[in-house]
Design a protein around this ligand. Structure first.
Ligand code: ATP
Ligand code: MG
Length: 233
């Protein structure tokens, strides 16, 4: 994807989205704004290798809810790339496929919560992934940004001493830093507003008959009710 002005910045937000909630949407919106992304692509996982598949509801439902939630935002889109691919979804494969699909001029930003990023050393092909794409690591409730920064710096540089990373924090992280070093992949640690919402909590609420209003977009709430999702553990 190119424009006369150059590469197009695109965000990729993967997840199980079981279900998608306002925490995901607000995070995507903040990152879109901060990095001036043309689009954020939500990529529901079919069978993430690091989660027990037994807990996941059918991909069709998770995809539909992701579509319902992102519909009204022109800068949000949904990719079925992982759901359409048989077998477990590995980020490195998804990234390669998306790069092929979107073209070499697309500048991709892999958006991920700090909790998920801490597990990244267990991912398949992580070295390649860290070299192939920028990362935007979002703070999550319970992880102050300063603390996260030091943990990340230590974890990443000690694990991958042969890779060079630029760490951006607060004001120093953003589009300026990116344009100053166009050939280098960057891990941005970005403080975002903390909406302490998780899919796990939402599933528990539904199971025990409690309200999930204002935790998920209204069409998603309605879909869960109509399809009678998350009634059983
Ligand atoms: P679960 O409770 O089932 O693990 P989840 O709420 O963590 O679900 P995922 O689909 O696992 O949702 O998350 C996808 C991505 O969004 C991950 O990178 C995760 O860190 C991030 N994320 C999830 N919830 C929030 C939130 N409230 N604020 C910011 N980022 C979030
Ligand atoms: Mg999670």
């Amino acid at each position: 994807m190119t424009t006369p002005e150059g590469p197009v910045r695109l965000g990729i937000l993967g997840g199980t989205f079981d279900p998608i909630h306002l925490g995901h949407l607000r995070a995507a919106e903040e990152i879109r704004e901060r990095f001036e992304l043309a689009q954020v692509l939500f990529v529901p996982a079919a069978r993430p290798p690091h989660k027990e598949a037994g807990h996941l509801i059918d991909p069709t439902h998770r995809l539909r809810m992701t579509e319902l939630a992102t519909n009204e935002n022109d800068a949000f889109a949904v990719s079925t790339i992982e759901i359409d691919t048989p077998g477990p979804s590995y980020s490195i494969d998804t990234l390669g496929a998306l790069q092929a699909e979107l073209g070499p001029q697309s500048d991709l930003y892999f958006i991920i919560g700090a909790d998920a990023f801490m597990e990244i050393h267990t991912w398949k092909g992580v070295d390649g992934l860290l070299q192939a794409t920028n990362f935007v690591v979002m703070s999550r409730p319970g992880s102050p940004v300063q603390e996260l920064f030091h943990v990340l710096e230590k974890t990443v540089t000690s694990r991958w001493p042969h890779l060079t990373f630029t760490f951006g924090l607060d004001e120093s992280c953003g589009v300026e830093t990116l344009q100053a070093a166009p050939s280098q992949k960057v891990i941005y640690l970005v403080p975002i507003v903390h909406l302490d919402i998780s899919s796990t909590d939402i599933r528990q609420r539904v199971r025990s008959g409690r309200s999930i209003r204002y935790l998920v977009p209204a069409p998603v709430e309605e879909y869960i009710r109509r399809q009678a999702l998350y009634k059983e553990s």
